[in-house]
Design a protein around this ligand. Sequence first.
Ligand SMILES: CC(C)(COP(=O)(O)OP(=O)(O)OC[C@H]1O[C@@H](n2cnc3c(N)ncnc32)[C@H](O)[C@@H]1OP(=O)(O)O)[C@@H](O)C(=O)NCCC(=O)NCCS
Length: 180
Amino acid sequence: MIIREALGADLAALLAAEREAFGEEEGPEIAKLVESLLTDLTAKPLVSLVALSGRQVTGHILFTRAQIASNEHIPAAILAPLAVIPASQNRGVGGRLIEEGVRILSESGVKLIFVLGHPGYYPRYGFRPAGTLGFEAPYPIPEEVADAWMVRELSPGMIGSIKGKVHCAAALDRPEYWRE
Ligand SMILES: CC(C)(COP(=O)(O)OP(=O)(O)OC[C@H]1O[C@@H](n2cnc3c(N)ncnc32)[C@H](O)[C@@H]1OP(=O)(O)O)[C@@H](O)C(=O)NCCC(=O)NCCS
C-alpha cells in the first residue's frame, strides 16, 4: 500500500472511493463536499492524501484549514472526510492516512487538528473530546453525541492554553455537515 498526496488526475478515483465508503445514501453528498473543498480558497492550506493498492485508490483523507476565534494565529486543521473502501477496511489504511496527514501537517506548523467523527475510532489516533477542553464546534453538537467532536494536539501544551470557537472552510460551513 502506498500513501501519497492526491494529484489532479486522482480526482475521479478519490471521489469514487468516497462514494463507495460512505454508501448510496451519504456518499454522493460527501463526494460533492470533497469536490467543493478541493477548490475552496478558504480551505487552504489543505492536505489531500490517497491510499493506493496497485493503481486503485482504496482510501482518501482530507484536512482543511481551521481557525480558532481569538487565536487566529495558531495554525489548525479539520479532518473531514476520511474514507476507506469496504474491501480495504480493517487493515490499517485509515490509521495510516491519519498518521501521514498528521506528519505533513505537523511539519508545516499546524498545532491542532479537529474532527467530528466516530468516538470509538479517533481516540486510538490521539484524538480527545474537544468540547470539554474548551473548543466549540462551528455548529452546536447535541449533548448526547458531544464526544464525537474531538481534537488532537500536534504540539504539547496547546490543549489547555488555547480555547475558542472553531471556524471551518466556507464549503464545510453548513449545518448539515455538523450533524453526527
Ligand atoms: C471509519 C473508516 C475510515 C476506518 O478505516 P479503516 O481503514 O477500516 O480503519 P483502520 O484499519 O485504521 O482501523 C480499524 C479499526 O477501527 C475500528 N473501527 C472502524 N470503524 C469504526 C467506527 N465507526 N467506530 C469505532 N471503531 C471503528 C475497527 O473495528 C477496527 O478495530 P480493530 O483494530 O480493533 O479491529 C472506514 O471504516 C470508513 O471509511 N468507513 C465509512 C466512512 C466513514 O464512516 N468515515 C469516517 C467518518 S468519521
